[in-house]
Design a protein around this ligand. Structure first.
Ligand code: NAD
Length: 491
């Protein structure tokens, strides 16, 4: 049994209250690790350490180049040793080892990109209309950043937040998901071997409404970056508002895929299948609503169902496994209940729809890849995020209807457009209410391209050329060369 403590100021600390949280391996249903259950005192200790590192420690005097060198030393370690982190993530959240391998092999590149980006941020001369005075904008770090991450891709999402935050000169306190904290703690151990000074990266584990809320409300936390559910995001936004600190929120999605009859169908089916069934649909950009032109609807359904039925469920640690378990029991129950609701509301289940029990993992939290047709915008399956391998299909008859259906959602994270007609695809891309639109392609993420939501999918953007500035605050410095006039002249 693995036992993990908090990582604070470069050292391991047991929970103040002595309590632990069990981490269940979703492939076996058994406890495989324990995390410290963080409370106010643990969070305070971590935030104080991060604040000291920011305001007094060697980090506070580092140039952008020195910070970049620290991030590059971490990137080098990640490039050499990412394999050491893989098993912790597979055991914790049940993601397939081939997907974790692919994510982790590239982890170092997020740190390299943001190390370079910060070197390009310079103070800028400002325009003003006041004679004899110049002004300059300087970009300064906030201080302690609270970083709250979900269970689906803990280390990749963490990199999107802490690489720009650290490059900018902040320090961080990370609160990973209570369902999957292990890889973040293994990563913290690697950070301790890098040239990052103590206290720059701290990890407190625990529940969201306990450790997470304490972190957002701490008086020394200066900004928060959150990825998670719609519900958690609203709680974090409220707590951040009460602490008067900015928040970046990356929340859920119900992303549409628009499929036109003039498409290269082999390519599109690959994109749609990967959009909903890779990672078991447990990705923020899962393409969970397929909106397909009526003339090709039946053929598309047949082909997707043919692919979904062949997928082999099994132990996520085996490279040949194609369907892994869902991440935890509560989530499994939620997905099964949404499938039951979809049936009750009149959607037609043409594939899957049941829990499954693979031979090598009979007690795991597995669901069959599931496809529903005849889904209407009034149904829960259309409106709410499942965050599981459940595809909702509906038909359209013309472009305007397709766009209307795509935008008929409270969410706006991503969308896919599949058509050989580039002019039409580009036109639709402008009309879709989503932070990311893919044309004849789906799911890519890259350090250079911003990601984030429209509408209830959140606010703020991560990644891309402006991400470092999101972790910097601006100070205007004024310099006068003309004499100051006496404001109260006497005659
Ligand atoms: P969640 O909201 O339950 O938890 C996310 C994190 O927030 C966890 O660390 C949790 O402990 C913490 N938390 C929960 N309540 C909190 C509170 N009141 N105060 C402070 N922290 C709190 O989400 P989850 O189930 O871990 O993740 C799945 C969700 O994340 C899905 O909705 C998915 O769409 C979303 N997601 C979004 C993106 C994106 O980039 N937009 C990426 C991945 C996942």
């Amino acid at each position: 049994m693995k036992q993990y403590d908090h990582f604070i100021d470069g050292a391991w600390h047991a929970a103040d209250g002595g309590e632990v949280i069990d981490s269940i391996d979703p492939a076996t249903g058994e406890v495989w690790a324990r995390f410290a259950r963080g409370n106010n005192a643990d969070v305070d200790q971590a935030v104080q350490a991060a604040h000291r590192a920011f305001s007094e420690g060697e980090w506070s005097g580092y140039s952008a180049q020195q910070r970049a060198d620290c991030l590059l030393s971490l990137a080098d370690l990640l490039e050499q040793r990412w394999q050491d982190l893989v098993e912790a993530e597979v055991r914790d959240n049940g993601k397939r080892i081939v997907e974790v391998n692919a994510q982790f092999a590239g982890l170092h590149s997020w740190y390299r990109y943001f190390a370079q980006q910060m070197l390009e941020v310079e103070s800028t001369q400002l325009e003003n209309q006041i004679p004899g005075v110049t002004s300059t904008a300087h970009y300064l770090p906030y201080g302690v950043i609270g970083v709250i991450t979900p269970w689906n891709s803990p280390l990749m999402i963490l990199a999107w937040k802490i690489a720009p935050a650290l490059a900018a000169g902040n320090t961080v306190v990370i609160k990973p998901s209570e369902h999957a904290s292990a890889s973040t703690l293994e990563f913290a151990a690697l950070c301790a071997e890098s040239s990052l000074p103590q206290g720059v990266i701290n990890v407190v584990t625990g529940f969201g409404e306990e450790a997470g809320e304490a972190l957002v409300k701490h008086p020394l936390t200066r900004k928060v970056s959150f990825t998670g559910s719609d519900f958690g995001g609203r709680k974090v936004a409220e707590a951040a508002a009460s602490n008067v600190i900015p928040a970046t929120l990356e929340l859920g999605g119900k992303s549409p895929q628009l499929l036109f009859a003039d498409v290269d169908l082999d390519n599109a089916i690959n994109g749609i299948v990967s959009g909903i069934f890779l990672s078991n649909g447990q990705t923020c950009v899962a393409g969970s609503r397929l909106i397909v032109e009526d003339s090709i609807h039946d053929e598309v359904v047949l082909r997707i169902v043919g692919r979904a039925r062949k997928l082999q469920a099994g132990n996520p640690l085996k490279p040949e496994t194609q369907v892994a378990p869902l991440a935890n029991q509560v989530h499994l129950d939620k997905v099964l209940s949404m499938i039951a609701d979809a049936r009750a509301q009149g959607a037609i289940c043409v594939c899957g729809g049941e829990r499954q029990y693979p031979e090598d993992c009979p007690n795991g939290f597995f669901v069959q890849p599931t496809v529903f047709t005849s889904v209407t915008p009034a149904m829960t399956l259309w409106r709410e995020e499942v965050f599981g391998p459940v595809l909702a299909i509906t038909k359209f008859s013309d472009e305007a209807e397709a766009v209307h259906l795509a935008n008929d959602s409270v969410y706006g994270l991503a969308a896919g457009i599949w058509s050989k007609d580039q002019a039409r695809a580009q036109r639709i891309a402008q009309q879709i209410q989503a932070g990311t639109v893919y044309i004849n392609h789906y799911r890519s993420v890259d350090p250079g391209s911003p990601i984030g939501g429209f509408k209830r999918s959140g606010y703020g953007r991560e990644l891309g050329p402006d991400a470092v500035k999101d972790y910097l605050q601006i100070k205007s410095v004024w310099v006068g060369s003309a004499p100051c006039a006496d404001p109260f002249p006497t005659n």
